[in-house]
Design a protein around this ligand. Sequence first.
Ligand code: SF4
Ligand code: SF4
Length: 402
Amino acid sequence: MTGDLQSTVEEHAQAAGFAAGGIAPIPALDSAEGEEQAAYFADWIAQGYAGEMEYLKRKDALGRFVRSSLEVAVPWARSVIVCAAPYGGGPEYPLSTDPAPPGTGWIGRYAWSGKEAPAGPPVPSDYHKVLLRRLKRMEVSLKASLGEFASWAYVDTGPLVERAFSAMAGIGWTGKNLCTLNQERGSFFFLGVILTSLEVPGELRATLPADRCGSCTRCLDACPTGALVGPHQMDASRCISYLTIEKRGTIDPALRAGMGRQIFGCDICQDVCPWNTRARRKPERATADPELLVREPLVNPQLSTLAALSEPEWEALFFGSPVKRARFAGFRRNLAIAMGNSGDQSALPQLGRWASAEEPDATLRETAQWALARVEEVRSLAGGSGGNQKMHSRQEEDPELV
Ligand code: SF4
Ligand code: SF4
């Protein structure tokens, strides 16, 4: 084995198409780190912060949360390779917190990804598949270089919370918004993982990236639904990403106004982060990944255009895209909420159709009825002009970071 495992992993990650990669040992369950990770996870579940994400609450035969520790979930694994691929384009694209054209919604930047088509604009690319192909290439090349070892590559579908190991693999520290933050790249990157049977001796461990959040609390202050209940503490059941993507059926009316114009995912706590502001100022950091290009029609899309899509048209627009995870019904429910929050009277006819007795989807019907009243509420709050929900201005001055 090479004397510099970290450099080897980094080289193979870059050769496979990643911007960065590193390897971290898996702490033993009875080590201080292992106990801390398991206790944090158990407490998070006990608080009810996992919402209806039952897969996170699964336990093994001994009553231990499977996701609380890799030693529980994958006993043969000794280390984790974590690789990063940036997404979302450069400063030419707006932030979710910028003032936006009236009647537009926001789709999380991670779902903008497309790849070049033989003719015309980029077509959707599924980042899971893009990253998995690269991880598989890396598995092959690493085994050729280091010798055989057991491995399991995955993207988002595996048993661990990637961020816990991103820091140990040298990718970045965990920000107060729970995103992995890199000093050069900010937080807009996908993470792919390979679990391995490789031992990582102490002297070959990556240097832990320093926590550079300092006294900043912008993400906590900006979260519109109060999902960031404290530094490094998220109530996922209040998070707009969870509500718009994972939550089925009705959304708690108390959270709807705070959802603003987000129709799939939420980038607010990342868009206000000064480390992302800094990363955007570095043109060389702009995404030029040919498989993760920006699909322009998904940037500030018109709500009315999306609301007019039939199910087959919606399926075609988002074929191969993460947006499919919300399902057509969930997406229209999200649209109704965003249209209500827009205060835009031109949304009333569509909302009226969805709110009528002819609409078979009871969740959409009820949400649209709420949205009809919300349009009027927003207009009266805005003195009759409507349309402009609260926007966070761009932060040009950095708070005290470390
Ligand atoms: S993604 Fe949005 S809702 Fe979720 S914690 Fe961040 S700002 Fe809050
Ligand atoms: S906004 Fe501030 S506190 Fe939040 S992750 Fe970024 S630097 Fe850390």
